[in-house]
Design a binder for this molecule. Sequence first.
Ligand code: ATR
Length: 281
Amino acid sequence: MSADPDHYGVVGHPVAHSWSPFIHGMFAKQTSQNLTYRLYDVPPAEFRERIVGFFAGGGRGLNVTLPHKIAAAEMANELTPRAARAHAVNTLVARSDGTLLGDNTDGAGLVHDLCDNLGVVIIRRRILIIGAGGATRGVLAPLLALEPAELVIANRTRERAQTLAADFRDLGAISGVGFGEIPAGAFDLVVNATSASLSGEVPEVPATVVGKETVCYDMAYGKSDTAFIRWARNLGCARAIQGWGMLVEQAAESFRVWRGIRPPTAPVLAALKERATGVAT
Ligand code: ATR
């Protein structure tokens, strides 16, 4: 007789369109792990109570998505160093003593996609990140660990970029600027970490940040190209990539934290893109 499965899930609001059950379902199959993974749509006012209930009922781990990532960091009994730096948690783990560990796998997800899947070099290169919200904060430490020549955060509201850069200055060459003050010359990598894609907008950064060799990466993803991807292509960049790979890689990293095994991501990424866009890769 097979043992009862372990229970996992993702908590967000809204969360109905999350790809996480599909991704973790494939990971579990690939690695023969006996687990369930469900969606939990929880409004902010009920977050604490529902999380306590999930783990009291024997749940083993949760992914946490918008708008709960900061609340999850406040609720965890202990944070991993990368979650503490991010001030946000996307992965909660039940420990055997009944306490909760909070981790953040978003930055590792981006770095795995860039370096392992896409072969993008970060060391001694010029990196521009557009946006200064939670999405940017989550990826700064892992990117700086790869020792870029410079990492510039550009934000519509300049003060947020400056404050964020100051928080990470101990980790490397980082600066925060407004859109009008971005240092001259094309960057090697331009990452869009704003929420502008969600409303079909493109941040108003000068076109000169993109050159023929520039790799452009949108953390957002969709059935068709985001506005940022279209903008980057029109400027003649080397490659323009949506964030599907980051999505799958952060999930793989959460799976590893929970199960101690890192699932292969290429088949899941291909299946996900095919299912989402109807185009086989
Ligand atoms: P998240 O946690 O997803 O990063 P957030 O903290 O609300 O969300 O931050 C959203 C980011 O997208 C901010 O950097 C925001 O710029 P401001 O700080 O100036 O508000 C940026 N953003 C959203 N819409 C934008 C747009 N149309 N153009 C440029 N930047 C935009």
